[in-house]
Design a protein around this ligand. Structure first.
Ligand SMILES: NC(=O)c1ccc[n+]([C@@H]2O[C@H](COP(=O)([O-])OP(=O)(O)OC[C@H]3O[C@@H](n4cnc5c(N)ncnc54)[C@H](OP(=O)(O)O)[C@@H]3O)[C@@H](O)[C@H]2O)c1
Length: 309
């Protein structure tokens, strides 16, 4: 069951090749040696044949016996054999070829490695630049998304903002705050709100939204046909305001970044225009100032600033 494993002699491929090469070399040298001996004997034989046996005695070339030429020719052959064994085979034989091939392969491998490295480097740089581009466009998108638009509104506890195309209350400090915040800015409004003003407000650029294509407005008032056009028309302003009324607030709420609310602490059942509900999941209160009712202010109210979460 647990019998001895049979021992086998194993010679690896390289060793076998070395042995074969050594044997081949021995055979080559042996043949050269035989050639040398045969050449010596042959030379002696040619000398004897010509000089002693008198074979071709009369045949001379330029006064020199033929056997000299024969020996020289043979010597040349022998020299060729010698060179072949000791020089050509050594330097240009199979080993030499193999060595050259290996060198070529390793050079090619080096080149492949270098190309690979360059490719990896280029890929990394491309990926990096792609990343930067993505980050850039993401930043641009963010920038685009960030309109810096602010809604400014005064709304009752029940979100009431108007009745019969007019405000329901008169709160002088609220109007002052409105003037202060919007001063020098673009104010975007619906056609109805614009028409509720006796005249355009000073030191503000009015952008009036209407579906009418031939709406006539006083000089300096910008008339547009959609909220998007109104935002575009205000792009030179770093903080344009949406000032109402109900229809425009509803459309603008998802696009603005900030809400300046004057919360009037009362409810107005007979109102006909309302501000949309402020979703606490989307908006966070960042500041609040409360004022009590007084001679100039029939209702108590709070200035509340909300920012998008
Ligand atoms: N409490 C506050 O802070 C406050 C502020 C502002 C206004 N308000 C009150 O709000 C009331 C007015 O609001 P409202 O809702 O009746 O009217 P509004 O929003 O001021 O204007 C509505 C008009 O805007 C145009 N419009 C709306 N959406 C449009 C769109 N997508 N494309 C093109 N044009 C569009 C239409 O004009 P055309 O009909 O000409 O096509 C539409 O009739 C008034 O009572 C006002 O006093 C209150």
């Amino acid at each position: 069951m647990f019998g001895k494993k049979k021992q086998t002699t194993s010679i690896d491929k390289d060793q076998l090749e070395l042995i074969e090469n050594a044997q081949k070399r021995i055979r080559q040298k042996k043949r050269l040696y035989v050639h040398f001996v045969v050449f010596l004997i042959g030379a002696v034989f040619l000398i004897i044949a010509n000089t002693i046996l008198g074979i071709g005695e009369d045949f001379t070339i330029a006064g020199v016996n033929w056997f000299v030429y024969a020996i020289l020719a043979w010597l040349f052959l022998f020299a060729y054999h010698f060179i072949n064994v000791f020089i050509t085979h050594k330097f240009m034989g199979k080993d030499w070829e193999k060595h050259q091939l290996e060198r070529l392969v390793s050079k090619q491998q080096q080149r492949i490695d270098e190309i690979k490295k360059t490719l990896i480097k280029e890929e990394t740089e491309m990926a990096k630049s792609q990343l930067f581009q993505d980050q850039d466009s993401a930043a641009n998108l963010d920038e685009k998304k960030k309109t810096n638009l602010t809604i400014i509104v005064a709304a009752g506890e029940d979100n009431a903002i108007g009745k019969d195309n007019d405000l329901i209350w008169h709160l002088s400090d609220d109007l002052k705050r409105f003037k202060r915040l919007t001063n020098g800015h673009h104010i975007i409004m619906g056609r109805k709100t614009f028409e509720s003003f006796p005249k355009p407000l000073p030191n503000r650029t009015h952008v009036v939204i209407t579906r009418k294509t031939n709406y006539e407005a006083p000089e300096g008032v910008i008339v547009v046909n959609s909220l998007e056009e109104a935002i575009d028309a205000s792009s030179s302003d770093n903080n344009p305001f949406v000032i109402g009324g109900g229809e425009i607030y509803k459309q603008a709420l998802p696009l603005v970044d900030k809400l300046e609310i004057t919360r009037v602490h009362a409810s107005f059942e007979d109102a006909d225009t309302f501000f949309p509900t402020i979703d606490a999941q989307i908006w966070k209160e960042v500041s609040r100032t409360t004022r009590d009712a007084d001679d100039k202010h029939k209702y108590a109210f709070s200035f509340i600033t909300y920012e998008r979460r």
